[in-house]
Ligand binder design. Structure first.
Ligand SMILES: [Fe+2]
Ligand SMILES: [Fe+2]
Length: 375
């Protein structure tokens, strides 16, 4: 029986003694380079630890229907006995496949359909299930340890989504004095992370993955992505994808304004300070942090303390100081919080965290007073 629209999972992420939320298939012809999918386990069936161990030795992958993917991962997140690294890896595998498919579909259609939007929103809500109540420092340890996928934009967008959720979950509790952060906001700021670079789906692969220095024309082309991304959401969205007008606006503004700098030197609108939406400012911080700390095939990552010291130099220039202070507290361990640190390394205010860099374009630090004069 050949079944199209299947999604692969590693047998090692199955939860023992829990009824399967869907049928599982195997590819019985994998060794011949052909595909013939056969149902191996039925929905509702429970597998023992030994069954799973045996299956892991016998099969590389199990397959499940695309439409059952979210049910499967939801159960996996609530019941799993796997450690956070295995969970993050499984989630990433799921999300990278999903995002790469969406980005390639978007090349020809130029706007996000309701179905694509809903799927991505569900992925963001799986992230909320995994990330909520995790601090940036713990999340970073997990994200930095898992294998990076090659396509910079997907890998990076998944990390930004998770840092966004972690930040807002703590920030809402702190600033709004609520016991629990608002769930829908967390899903949407996660979605903003997934979609912040969606405008790049309209650019050529060579341009968005080019790790060297861009020509002024190439740079201009790259800088269209926040506006293109927002337009892709706004077009055809008379119903706001089922969100309230305020929620939809928050999401669009996070996408549109994530490259605005608080001192007014960013793009596309050169907004300053309070003119920039809170979610865009949070996304900009997550974006910056991920670009510096995540291992890439392009450049060596900075450790957390050095990354924060580098970001500190962009405080109130590129990123907002008070939000960054909050981020810093969440990203540092108790021991590190008492250590003062500084670095002579500095990045230009037009440093683009959304693009791969062969080497990070460090320059000699300029005293802050001079920088303010240069505005
Ligand atoms: Fe980015
Ligand atoms: Fe971007």
């Amino acid at each position: 029986m050949l079944t199209p629209g299947l999604f692969s999972i590693s047998p090692s992420i199955l939860v023992p003694l829990t009824p399967l939320p869907c049928d599982l298939y195997i590819n019985s012809l994998a060794h011949q380079g052909e595909q013939k999918f056969i149902k191996r386990y039925r929905e509702g069936q429970s597998l023992s630890k030994e069954d799973i161990q045996k299956a892991s030795e016998q099969y590389h992958y199990f397959y499940l229907e695309e439409s059952k993917r979210i049910d499967f991962f939801s159960l996996f997140l609530s019941e799993t006995t796997c450690n956070p690294y295995q969970v993050a890896m499984a989630l990433k595998h799921h999300a990278v496949e999903d995002l790469s498919k969406k980005f390639s579909d978007l090349k020809s259609q130029q706007f996000l359909s309701s179905k694509q939007f809903e799927d991505l929103k569900q992925t963001a809500s799986l992230f909320v299930q995994f990330v909520e109540n995790k601090k940036i420092q713990d999340l970073h340890k997990i994200l930095a340890s898992i294998k990076a996928f090659d396509f910079y934009t997907f890998d990076h967008s998944l990390n930004v989504a998770q840092y966004n959720i972690s930040f807002l979950s703590q920030y809402q509790k702190e600033t709004e004095k609520e016991k629990k952060a608002k769930h829908e906001d967390l899903v949407l700021i996660g979605l903003a992370g997934l979609l912040h670079d969606v405008g790049k789906s309209q650019l050529s692969g060579e341009l968005i993955n080019f790790p060297g220095k861009l020509s002024p024309e190439q740079r201009q082309e790259i800088e269209t992505h926040p506006l293109t991304g927002a337009k892709m959401l706004i077009q055809k969205s008379t119903e706001y994808f089922g969100l309230s007008m305020v929620e939809f606006k928050n999401l669009c503004r996070a996408v549109l304004e994530h490259h605005e700098n608080v001192n007014g030197t960013g793009y596309p609108k050169k907004l300053q300070g309070e003119e920039i939406h809170l979610w865009a400012k949070i996304t900009a911080i997550s974006d910056f942090f991920d670009a510096l700390t995540t291992p890439r095939s392009y450049h060596t990552p900075s450790d957390v303390k050095t990354a924060l010291a580098i970001m500190e130099r962009s405080r109130d220039i590129k990123i907002e100081g008070t939000l960054f202070d909050f981020f810093k507290t969440m990203a540092l361990s108790t021991a590190d919080k008492n250590t003062l640190f500084s670095t002579p390394k500095e990045l230009p205010y037009d440093f683009d965290p959304c693009k791969p860099h062969q080497e990070l374009p460090f320059m000699k630090a300029i005293p802050k007073t001079l920088k303010n004069l240069k505005k």
